[in-house]
Ligand binder design. Structure first.
Ligand code: PLP
Length: 383
């Protein structure tokens, strides 16, 4: 039996009728962009994130861009971000006219390390304000990424941000319905970004994203910027973008948001099962850090034998992924920032050793046993 990395079909079959009803309403009203379906999803999603405002947009990349675009940041501000993330985190910083400033992550969680952020800020604040030694950009923000479904150490980062007068942003694209210390992902800092790309825990049937915030000002600006800087048709307060969500995606997400908590519970059960099945193998398993609800967008293990193990799993009909094989500071797109291989050892270790295993709410115990047996057979052949 082939074990896929992700199975969207089984989930779709369970909610097919509800989705069809919602989509046919969109078709009947001919309201294809924004409109009542998107507005109703925004309300539901604000409840999930425990925030006052949610603004639905066209993608997670747009959402990351908008969090900073809508904030009071002087152009060319340095924004601290981890190098082991999807390119869109740093891309959003650049699109908003700012400068990514990479700081390494914590080995256990692979999220931005508050200790490293603090010591970096100390080391570059000799003139009073923190200035990035590579680019001379004054550091005015932090974009923490909740990688793999586990919220970053946001409470500590909030304290650091306050001490240094920085704005804190959350890239929660992988962590819908996760929480830390009882606080939902998306509710920390100035504003947060979510992605509803189909493979995400809450996936649209196309592209989608959202910004969540408790700031009325930021919510208002995001709402305007996503629609060409216009509050009123043909009146443009400033230059914006077309980052509007399609009504079809709003309709799909409205249905799916009613299930996200139970789907994430099932991912958590599957993660627990993997932990048991894989225990004893010479691989590092995911670590839950403190009082978190990790929602296992990805279940990542680490081994220096990653490439060989992946090949073996493929031969045994088990799909797997790499998240992410090249850290951003060594990517050509960011070479202008002046970093080199060796600058961020933990992110580089992650890139060379991480392997993500099949994970989705409907993964069966049998499928997980096949994955684990395939991994075991690799290591027993090596003995
Ligand atoms: C951490 C992170 N940030 C941003 C994004 C961008 O989201 P989208 O693909 O919806 O533009 C993603 C999606 O892969 C992501 O994983």
């Amino acid at each position: 039996m082939f074990v896929p990395f992700l199975d969207l079909k089984t989930q779709y079959n369970q909610i097919k009728d509800e989705i069809a009803d919602e989509l046919s309403e969109v078709l009947d009203t001919c309201y294809y962009v924004l409109g009542p379906k998107v507005a109703s999803f925004e309300e539901k999603f604000a409840e999930i994130t425990g925030t006052k405002y949610c603004i639905a947009v066209s993608s997670g990349t747009a959402a990351v861009h908008l969090t900073m675009w809508a904030s009071d940041l002087q152009p060319g501000s340095g924004i601290i971000v981890p190098p082991n993330t999807f390119t869109a985190s740093a891309e959003g910083i650049v699109l908003a006219g700012h400068v990514p400033v990479f700081v390494d992550v914590d080995k256990d969680t692979l999220n931005l390390s508050p200790e490293k952020v603090e010591s970096f800020l100390e080391s570059c604040s000799s003139g009073g304000k923190p200035v990035d030694p590579k680019t001379n950009a004054q550091i005015r923000g932090i974009l923490a990424v909740d990688l793999y479904g586990q919220p970053a150490a946001m409470p500590e980062l909030e304290k650091i941000s306050e001490r240094y007068g920085l704005l804190l942003f959350e890239d929660a694209c992988q962590s819908v319905n996760a929480s830390r210390d009882g606080r939902p992902a998306g509710s920390f800092g100035t504003a947060a970004a979510f992605s509803f790309y189909p493979g995400k825990n809450l996936g649209a049937f196309g592209e989608g994203g959202a910004v969540t915030t408790n700031s009325e000002d930021i919510a208002g600006r995001v709402r305007t910027l996503r629609d060409h800087g216009s509050r009123e048709k043909y009146h443009y307060d400033f230059i914006g973008h077309n980052y509007r969500m399609s009504a079809f995606q709003g309709a799909v997400l409205g249905v799916k948001s009613g299930y996200i908590s139970q789907w994430n519970d099932r991912r958590r059960e599957a993660a627990k099962r993997y932990n048991e099945l894989l225990s004893g193998l010479p691989v590092e398993l995911p670590v839950e850090d403190g009082d978190v609800r990790h929602v296992y967008h990805l279940y990542a293990i680490h081994t220096p034998k990653r490439d060989d193990l992946r090949k073996h799993l493929g031969e045994m009909n088990v799909a797997s992924g790499l998240h992410y094989p090249i850290p951003l500071h060594t990517q050509k797109a960011y070479s202008y920032l002046g970093y080199e291989a060796g600058d961020f050892p933990v992110s580089e270790w992650n890139s060379s050793c991480n392997l993500t295993l099949p994970m989705f709410p409907d993964i069966t115990e049998d499928q997980q046993v096949i994955v684990a047996e395939a991994a075991k057979s690799y290591f027993s052949e090596k003995d």
